[in-house]
Design a protein around this ligand. Structure first.
Ligand code: ADP
Ligand code: ADP
Ligand code: MG
Length: 684
């Protein structure tokens, strides 16, 4: 085994590799960009070296520098993780030249699978089934059009060099082909510097089923079964599971053997994934599966395979890279139970899944292990039911420079039903405040009937749109009651009173009523709270009832609230995020997250001095509109300036009533993160 390796990546995958290295007694070197100087992956490694500024091309993509660091620090191998340099044949070759083991396949195998077109030509020769289509070298538009007409519509145009769903265009009739081709080429040239395309039959409602393969340098090759990654948005995976529901043993073996044949055809060594697209009747003998591409690295969703096989795939990678034979034979590998992974992203599902950035001001996760090996020889031990692979901690930021993934939540169950139930529970305990994220969306997705009965295909999210995105028309009173309870409990704590003792000094004799006003996505809500002898009375939307805040159980998180509302006992977490603009109450109850912003005119008048007279850019971006002029007197909440970053618009608003002293940037100007945009004096 190696004594020291360098991990040429960041985030959760760097942490994941470090965990196995530590278990095996292998020392680790982390590399980091300026944005990651205090990142979790740096803290988990034994040594760490700075690469350069935040942008990937100045840091994590600097292959030569990374090889130099490995050499200088005496690392014998480099693990590239996924993304960045993992599928870069020049980097793999540079490692070899420097006498450092690249923990991945040989450069020739990366090259062979790097172009989807050339890979398909090779696979055809190896007898692996392909989607009917054209993947030749000639790229004349008229010829491509003829090929598309021959294949028959709908067809899919893909960038040969593609990845991450970029450049793909579905064409439903001949007349639309030319325009779609031009647009795919533009995107391919911009994203990959290569405008070559292939055209294939577009399958309606297919399933994405991929096979994990592993090869050693001695001719050994096995498949570690399949993963179903059909639940996708924008051709990118959201939920992954293993095994694929409904898979028959015969079909599993046929797909596994086809995948091994694909790997052997390119002289593969190490971990790889052969992605197949399958017709939705794949559970029956009438179904078909076709080779789509091979990813020559460890995949984001590898944990579900680890959960059901009990093997540590990173350990396998390290063993194979230092010349050992595969740790298990095909006959020894078995499937135990069912695993599901959910990718938690900083993104906004309601705005077309646009990526978001920001600080994780609060992050509470379910009780979980990090990763676990549960097979020794042939014996399998049930894994811990919940595993979390995360690259960030509470307080860390998701920056615009890298992938917006926050964490992966992986669950195991003896059956799919049990895994699904655990996933619902785990998502309900995942509370994130500070940036837009898909946790609620994932909760609705795993509760969706189609998903529950494994009616899986790549169109699931679109087909279930009405259920998955349905705005609820009314805000349940429970959420308002919990928000009120948090305000009341905090106020009592601030004056040193005990909010749950029946006799607070500050409580007036007799009764007294006040109004608490909140804003939510569904409008403005005025709640009347009456201070009465027997507790608070909550009055909103036709419900008038007793509200009693109960003492928190010993050891409970500070966000925890236990409440009696009429006859119901509510247990929830309410996180208060106070910033210069608003007092936000994040209510997490039974897997739902509602944000209620308290509107309190009197309290906010005094808070204006919290704003240091300037308003700054939340992230690097471009100013796209300026609404305020120097000297303008504006009301709290007025839009002053709009900037665009990460394909989203961000409006900078007045934090209080006041005067605009200066607007420091004009339309079209680029601004750095933290740059002061507007100078502002709150009204006295
Ligand atoms: P998977 O099928 O495992 O999701 P993808 O091809 O979508 O694989 O990419 C894997 C991960 O690597 C994704 O999170 C993606 O955002 C990231 N990634 C892909 N290419 C790059 C790159 N050139 N630089 C940085 N990250 C990348
Ligand atoms: P990428 O390199 O972006 O991962 P893939 O070729 O793996 O590209 O395709 C990504 C996704 O696009 C697949 O998971 C599937 O949902 C969809 N897709 C790809 N090829 C087809 C096809 N021929 N018909 C229908 N959907 C397809
Ligand atoms: Mg793919």
């Amino acid at each position: 085994m190696f004594s020291k390796i360098l991990i040429a990546n960041r985030g959760e995958i760097a942490c994941r590799v470090a965990a196995t290295a530590r278990r095996l007694g292998v020392r680790t070197v982390a590399v980091f960009s300026d944005a990651d100087a205090h990142a979790r992956h740096v803290s988990l490694c034994d040594e760490a070296v700075r690469l350069g500024p935040a942008p990937a091309r100045d840091s994590y993509l600097r292959g030569e520098r990374i090889v130099e660091i490995a050499r200088a620090l005496g690392a014998e191998a480099i693990h590239p993780g996924y993304g960045f340099l993992s599928e870069n044949e020049d980097f793999a070759a540079a490692c070899a030249k420097a006498g450092i083991a690249f923990i991945g396949p040989p450069p020739a195998a990366i090259r062979a699978m790097g172009s989807k077109s050339e890979a398909k030509t090779l696979m055809e020769k190896a007898g692996v089934p392909l989607v009917p289509g054209y993947h030749g070298a000639a790229q004349d538009p008229a010829l491509l059009q003829r090929e598309a007409d021959r294949i028959g519509y709908p067809v899919l145009i893909k960038a040969s060099a593609g990845g991450g769903g970029k450049g793909m265009r579905v064409v439903r009739e001949s007349g639309e082909f030319a325009a779609a081709l031009a647009s795919c080429r533009r995107e391919a040239a911009a994203s990959f510097g290569d405008e070559r395309v292939l055209v294939e039959k577009y399958l309606e409602r297919p399933r994405h089923i991929e096979i994990q393969v592993f090869c050693d340098a001695h001719g050994g090759a096995v498949y570690l079964f399949e993963r179903d990654c059909s639940v996708q948005r924008r051709h990118q995976k959201v939920l992954e599971e293993a095994p694929a529901p409904g898979m028959t043993p015969q079909r599993r073996q046929a797909m596994g053997e086809a995948a091994v044949a694909a790997a052997r055809a390119v002289g593969y060594v190490g971990a790889g994934t052969v992605e197949f697209i399958a017709t939705s009747d794949i559970n029956t003998s009438a179904g078909h599966f076709y080779f789509m591409e091979m990813n020559t690295r460890l995949q984001v969703e590898h944990p579900v395979t680890e959960m059901i096989t009990g093997h540590d795939l990173v350990e396998w990678q390290l063993r194979v890279a230092c010349g050992e034979a595969l740790p298990a034979t095909q006959e020894q590998l078995q499937i135990h139970g069912h695993a599901i992974e959910a990718r938690i992203y900083a993104e906004n599902p309601d705005k077309g899944f646009l990526p978001a950035i920001g600080r994780l001001s609060h992050m509470a996760l379910p009780a979980a292990v990090e990763f676990q090996r549960n097979a020794d020889g042939a014996a399998f031990h049930d894994p811990a039911p919940v595993r979390i692979d995360a690259g960030v901690r509470a307080g860390d930021a998701i920056s615009p420079h890298y992938d917006p993934m926050i964490a992966k939540l992986i669950v195991w169950g003896a059956t799919r039903e049990q895994a699904l139930a655990r996933m619902r529970g785990a998502l309900a305990e995942t509370h994130i405040v500070g940036l837009a994220n898909n946790v609620d969306f994932l909760g609705r997705l795993v509760a969706n009937h189609s998903f529950a009965i494994a009616h899986l295909d790549t169109g699931l999210i679109e087909r279930e749109r009405a259920a998955l995105f349905a705005p609820e028309d009314r805000l349940p009173n429970e959420f308002l009651a919990l928000a009120c309870a948090r305000v009341l409990a905090d106020e009592a704590a601030a004056v040193g009173a005990d909010p749950w003792s029946g006799r607070n000094g500050w409580r007036l004799n007799g009764s007294y009523t006040r109004e608490l006003t909140f804003k939510s996505e569904r409008g403005v809500h005025d709640v009347r709270i009456e201070y009465a002898r027997d507790g608070y009375h909550f009055d909103h939307g036709g419900l008038r009832t007793l509200l009693v805040i109960q003492p928190p159980p010993a050891g409970a998180a500070p966000s925890r609230l236990t409440l009696r509302l009429a006859d119901r006992l509510l247990q929830a977490d309410v996180v208060r995020a106070v910033d210069p603009v608003g007092d936000e109450l994040h209510v997490f109850l039974d897997g739902r997250h509602c944000v209620l912003t308290r509107i309190d005119v009197i309290a906010h008048a005094g808070e204006a001095d919290a704003v240091e007279g300037r308003l700054s850019a939340p992230m690097p971006g471009k100013v796209v509109a300026v609404h305020a002029a120097r000297g303008a007197r504006v009301a709290r909440g007025a839009a002053l300036l709009v900037m665009e970053a990460m394909k989203m618009e961000h409006t900078i608003v007045a934090p209080a009533d006041g005067t605009v002293d200066e607007v420091l940037f004009g339309v079209g100007e680029q601004v750095a993160e933290g740059a002061a945009l507007v100078q502002f004096t709150p009204a006295a």
